[in-house]
Design a protein around this ligand. Structure first.
Ligand code: PLP
Length: 449
């Protein structure tokens, strides 16, 4: 029975953003049992609309039985075989990824999650310079406020809060500004000015540290953490040019943004920029199974060809044939249902509705996003952009109020990132926005705003 299941969760489970004491006080964790499209059903029979799409990762939506069929078919043929040899689904998948990725990004190293894919990208970048005799390049630039994963190396990229528990940090981490106009680190009167000054800061950082010490810059084309940050058009072409000028490899982290999330197959397409290395995860299988990949340009990968020259790394589950079969079926569903186009169209509609919310609610400081990667930032004072005092617990209030309204939407630090399944409809969006409207209204009146 579900009571004993819930008790077992409290006794044994240790998971993201939760602790068993708080969970027990709240009556135990929500236990999800089934899903369909943008909705999931919990063990009590309550139906939720998932505005997060898992971790902005269930691109094709829940309940795609075609994916389950593809998985079973491959499972029955061959459940697993490691790399070194290979399997048909993996070959078909890397061929397909070569087709989808921009020209030149052709060489695919499979992994199991976004963190692993980014670790791999950084290792490739560092080793690439060494293979070319450029031995001093090991530093990696990331942008403050970004997130690139949870494992030993990449957790230090992006300079997120709360890392002090895990010191010492990985050596060679350099941090550049996030080109977010609403909170720009530079005095800037337009998004373009913020973008240009943030890009120029990358060059200053490279020069300060000397170009021959810098291996790579890693960044999400459009940043999902912190309520989404969309750089204006100038930013990525400028950063691309700066990386080229100083021999620094550009790694695009498309873990969230890939597979239609921003209304393009990959988000760098918005900027017309091709990175040297691109990482993908999440949407590649719509989270049906864990799979990720690091895709390198041919000129990067070719530094590792030939006897005694290979890139040294093994990941037991990387390129698992069942996950590859799932990815292929998932990509087919995304293409056949034009989910990339739907993401662009529904994203534009969603953003319009969020703009209306901002018009009605003084606490909504900023709304932003592209496609179905959308964000919202709450402020105590719209003029000064002053945040709410922590003691007011605005994030928790709103998360709870959304939960009461049957919407999964977790606010964090008074910001929220919205990334629903790409099959979402206008009616679903209206339902989410009207829940936000009343939840924010209620919060504002509780705090007498
Ligand atoms: N990169 C970005 C941009 C992410 O948002 C995430 C996870 O949310 C990761 C990397 C890490 O991926 P994973 O959680 O699959 O290891």
């Amino acid at each position: 029975d579900m009571d004993s299941v819930r008790q077992s969760a409290l006794d044994h489970l240790w998971m993201h953003n939760s602790d068993w004491i708080t969970m027990a006080e709240e009556g135990g964790p929500s236990i999800m049992v089934s899903g369909d499209g943008v909705r999931v059903t919990d063990s009590e029979g309550k139906v939720w609309i998932d505005a997060h799409g898992g971790y902005a990762s269930v691109n094709a939506g829940y309940g795609q039985t075609g994916i389950a069929d593809a998985m079973l078919e491959q499972m029955k043929k061959l459940t697993y075989f490691p790399q070194g040899t290979t399997t048909v689904p993996l070959i078909r998948l890397v061929e397909k990824l070569g087709e989808l990725a921009p020209a030149n990004l052709e060489r695919v190293w499979p992994a199991s999650g976004g963190s692993e894919a980014n670790e791999t990208a950084v290792k490739i970048a560092r080793a690439y310079h060494k293979r070319r005799g450029d031995n001093g390049r090991y530093k990696v630039i990331s942008r403050r406020g970004s997130y690139h994963g949870a494992t030993g190396g990449v957790m230090w990229m992006g300079a997120s809060a709360g890392l002090s528990d895990f010191e010492p940090a990985m050596p060679g981490m350099l941090y550049a500004p996030q080109p977010n106009f609403y909170r720009c680190e530079f005095d800037s009167s337009t998004p373009s000015e913020c973008a240009e000054r943030s890009a120029k800061a990358v060059e200053d950082l490279i020069l300060l540290h000397s170009p021959d010490t810098v291996a790579a810059l890693i960044g999400e084309p459009i940043t999902s953490a912190g309520g989404v940050s969309v750089p204006s058009d100038e930013y990525w072409p400028m950063v691309r040019e700066i990386c080229d000028r100083y021999g620094v490899l550009l790694i695009a982290d498309e873990v969230v943004t890939g597979f239609g999330r921003t209304g393009r197959m990959f988000a760098m397409e918005h900027y017309g920029v091709v990175p040297d290395i691109m990482t993908i995860a999440k949407g590649i299988t719509s989270s049906y199974l864990p799979l990720a990949a690091t895709i390198s340009a041919t000129y990067v990968a070719d530094a590792f060809a030939g006897e005694d020259n290979v890139f040294r790394q093994a990941l037991t589950f990387g390129g698992h044939p069942v996950t590859a079969a799932v990815a292929l079926k998932n990509i087919e569903i995304i293409e056949q249902n034009d989910l990339v186009g739907n993401s662009e169209r529904m994203g534009a509609y969603f953003l319009e509705r969020l703009e209306e919310l901002k018009g009605r609610h003084p606490s909504v400081g900023d709304v932003r996003g592209v496609g179905l990667l959308l964000g919202l930032e709450l402020v105590r004072d719209r003029e000064t952009k002053a945040p709410f005092d922590d003691s007011l617990q605005v994030s928790k209030r709103l998360t709870d109020k959304m939960s009461e309204r049957g919407v999964i939407m977790r606010f964090s630090g008074d910001k929220v990132t919205i990334g629903p399944p790409l099959c979402i409809t206008k009616d679903d969006i209206d339902e989410i926005v009207s829940a936000m409207d009343s939840a924010i209204g209620e919060m504002e009146s509780e705090l007498s705003l």
